[in-house]
Write a protein that binds this ligand. Structure first.
Ligand SMILES: Cc1cc2nc3c(=O)[nH]c(=O)nc-3n(C[C@H](O)[C@H](O)[C@H](O)COP(=O)(O)OP(=O)(O)OC[C@H]3O[C@@H](n4cnc5c(N)ncnc54)[C@H](O)[C@@H]3O)c2cc1C
Ligand SMILES: *[C@@H]1O[C@H](CO)[C@@H](O)[C@H](O)[C@H]1NC(C)=O
Ligand SMILES: *[C@@H]1O[C@H](CO)[C@@H](O)[C@H](O)[C@H]1NC(C)=O
Ligand SMILES: *[C@@H]1O[C@H](CO)[C@@H](O)[C@H](O)[C@H]1NC(C)=O
Ligand SMILES: *[C@@H]1O[C@H](CO)[C@@H](O)[C@H](O)[C@H]1NC(C)=O
Ligand SMILES: *[C@@H]1O[C@H](CO)[C@@H](O)[C@H](O)[C@H]1NC(C)=O
Ligand SMILES: *[C@@H]1O[C@H](CO)[C@@H](O)[C@H](O)[C@H]1NC(C)=O
Ligand SMILES: *[C@@H]1O[C@H](CO)[C@@H](O)[C@H](O)[C@H]1NC(C)=O
Length: 569
């Protein structure tokens, strides 16, 4: 009965929001009368769970998203011809997730020099759906008091209760095209590495391997768009504006009174206000978007604020005597990624890229009729995933996560990306240009000797694991190139090392950035120097965690919602 009523709510919400999406295709001016207890900017991994938890607590909530709807449930329309006549879009079908790289038009952010999703759901609409429960050290090494693994048990339980993840996304429970997994997993096993179901054993991250875990559900994308947002949308206290760009936070000193918005091919324009005295603004626009909004609102270091002052924003920017000096854009991080390529005669390539125009008819049929087969799995056949922890000369444990996929220069190739996560000590910097685009001006990759040494050691360890494997050949690096030579030869720039896992531009901490500290937000995620402005997304991560970040960001959002609701009005 419970399940039936939930499903009914979801269906009602879906048709309501599909109509709303159509209505939002025209630009309309904000009406002054309506105010909100919470205005949340950005509908990604950080923003959507907040919208649910705050509306659940009886608050009126406005969620502002610059992009269009994405998945079919929300009225999204982007799809290949073979999905015509179905409610599915390119965002729903796991086997089409890589289309973001083939055709990002209208999907990726245009004000960022990296790949990021600017549609409803943000990264959770465009990503590969990898969904990992964090290792305890992800919190304990990186995060401050109140954000340790013991503090996050409740939030983690809530997130994984709602989005458990799966290691068998096809609804028949079969893993299709598992030759790559079998070959590489078998090699790791032979070398003594332990097979784990990763999300049942989040603490086992040293010489372990497993099937990839995805947030997919029912053979479709799932995740926050299919859970938290559905719940939020069922409440009259919740409002969603798509196609609407937040330009800046409107504030008087430290008091945010509202958000100035602009239409983006539809949506809303004007100034939307928070409830007088008690209302709050929460930025959840991602590591690039939230930093940009802070800068445009006169919050950041003087050099960046002067760039905004000298842009088209200049004439209407908040005056410099109101600027709040905080290290926004510093502490930028991303997994440093290093790709290797191997080939083995057992490995079988599946043409996920070709499935956009010409899916194999039988696979298309199986997917459309029952959500089974290769198209229910993430392109391009991801797995195995494996982990190792290496202690550096500086005494720091560095966590490695290797992610394999079946693609490369041969049809028997696998490309395996090594990511350095928890323990990495390198950081970069994000800045803004006069055109108001954010750029990675200092890439965060391999800037310390101990990070480099660990990356080399981890590759040497993998070479040893794979040395005895019959029939396996190394394509990159070539056998005559040492691990040191190879790591040194790959430029430490986003185009070669980037992982799309950007974090850190508005760090959480107790050392107030206004007085020479490194933190932009306090332990309640409130921006230092403000009364009611918050940041809750990947921006606040102090350091890089082990696995792909979306689940950790949702956990952070759950925890932040609880902290924010507990603050005195
Ligand atoms: C191609 C790709 C693949 C990835 N694969 C994985 C994966 O498999 N697993 C995983 O865990 N992680 C993956 N990630 C990373 C993960 O998706 C992100 O880390 C996560 O979504 C970040 O969450 P966020 O809330 O900080 O920001 P986002 O999810 O980026 O959300 C920010 C939202 O704010 C909106 N916005 C920005 N500025 C404004 C503004 N001014 N006004 C209104 N709205 C605004 C954006 O449109 C966006 O919807 C991937 C990322 C990419 C790009
Ligand atoms: C919206 O506001 C702008 C600027 O104030 C004005 O020019 C425009 O006519 C308004 N549009 C509508 C539909 O009211
Ligand atoms: C699918 O729909 C699109 C957009 O409406 C249309 O251009 C295309 O011709 C359709 N394709 C088929 C095979 O019906
Ligand atoms: C402002 O922009 C102009 C280019 O239009 C440039 O010449 C000038 O140096 C900039 N000033 C500052 C303070 O950045
Ligand atoms: C990881 O496991 C290896 C092999 O058992 C061990 O030598 C190493 O010390 C472990 N790393 C850490 C950080 O515990
Ligand atoms: C690899 O497979 C694809 C799709 O099956 C095919 O088009 C291509 O010719 C193959 N390439 C090689 C090098 O065999
Ligand atoms: C390794 O061998 C390739 C040919 O397979 C050659 O082109 C390359 O220069 C060699 N590299 C080193 C470092 O010896
Ligand atoms: C600011 O911090 C740096 C580094 O911790 C230190 O060297 C410097 O003296 C500090 N400056 C002030 C004004 O406290």
């Amino acid at each position: 009965m419970h399940i039936t009523s939930k499903a009914a709510v979801a269906t009602a919400a879906a048709s309501f929001w599909v109509q709303l999406a159509a209505a939002q295709a025209t630009c309309s001016n904000v009406t002054a009368e309506k105010t909100y207890d919470y205005i949340i900017v950005g509908s990604g991994a950080g923003g959507i769970p907040l919208a649910d938890r705050l509306s659940e607590a009886g608050k009126t909530v406005l969620l502002i998203e610059k992009g269009p709807p994405s998945t079919g449930r929300w009225g999204g329309t982007m799809k290949p011809d073979w999905l015509n006549g179905t409610s599915l879009t390119r965002f729903d079908v796991p086997g089409l997730c890589n289309q973001i790289w083939a055709d990002p038009t209208g999907v990726s952010c245009t004000d960022v020099d990296q790949m990021a999703g600017c549609v409803l759901g943000g990264g959770t609409a465009v990503n590969a759906g990898l969904w990992w429960k964090p290792h305890p050290e992800d919190w304990d090494v990186n995060f401050p008091t109140g954000w340790q693994s013991k503090d996050l048990v409740e939030a983690t339980g809530k997130v994984f209760g709602r989005i458990p993840g799966t290691i068998a996304p096809s609804v028949d429970g079969v893993r299709y095209l598992s030759q790559g997994f079998d070959m590489l997993g078998g090699s790791l096993k032979a070398a003594g590495w332990e097979y784990v179901v990763a999300n049942n054993n989040p603490e086992k991250k040293n010489r372990t391997y497993g099937h990839s875990t995805f947030m997919y559900s029912g053979g479709e994308r799932g995740g926050p768009l299919a859970t938290y947002l559905v719940n939020a949308a069922s409440r009259p206290s919740f409002t969603l504006w798509t196609h609407t760009i937040a330009k800046r936070v409107v504030r008087t000193g430290g008091l945010a009174t509202g958000v100035e918005v602009e239409c983006n091919g539809g949506g809303h324009a004007g100034v939307v206000s928070v409830t007088p005295k008690t209302g709050r603004v929460i930025l959840a626009a991602g590591s690039f978007g939230s930093a940009k909004l802070l800068w445009r609102s006169g919050i950041g270091t003087v050099d960046q604020l002067n760039i905004v002052k000298n842009s088209t924003d200049g004439p209407t920017m908040i005056s410099s005597d109101q600027w709040i000096n905080l290290p926004v854009g510093y502490n930028l991080n991303d997994h440093v990624g290093t790709d290797i390529e191997i080939s083995h005669p057992d490995v079988v390539f599946y043409d996920y890229y070709g499935a956009w125009k010409n899916p194999i008819p039988e696979d298309k049929e199986k997917y459309l009729s029952a959500r089974i087969g290769p198209l229910a799995q993430a392109a391009p056949n991801i797995g195995p995933i494996f982990w190792e922890t290496i202690k550096g000369a500086d005494g720091v444990n560095r966590h490695f996560h290797w992610q394999s996929r079946v693609e490369g220069t041969l049809n028997t190739s696998m490309t395996v990306t090594q990511y350095l996560g928890t323990g990495s000590t390198s950081r970069g910097r994000l800045t803004i240009t006069r055109q108001l685009n954010t750029i990675v001006s200092t890439p965060p990759y391999l800037r310390t000797d101990n990070d480099k040494a660990a990356v080399v050691q981890s590759l040497i360890n993998l070479q040893k694991v794979l040395a005895p494997v019959q029939g396996l050949s190394w394509i990159t690096p070539k056998p005559n190139v040492t691990a040191e030579q190879f790591i040194a030869s790959v430029p430490a720039i986003p185009a070669r090392r980037g992982s799309n896992h950007w974090t850190g531009t508005a760090k959480i901490g107790t050392d107030d950035g206004r007085t020479n500290g490194t933190a932009v937000v306090d332990l309640n995620t409130k921006v230092y120097g403000t009364e009611n402005l918050f940041v809750v997304d990947a921006s606040i991560f102090p350091g890089m965690i082990t696995a792909n970040p979306s689940a950790a960001i949702v956990i952070v959002s759950e925890h932040a919602a609880k902290k924010i609701l507990a603050l005195p009005a």
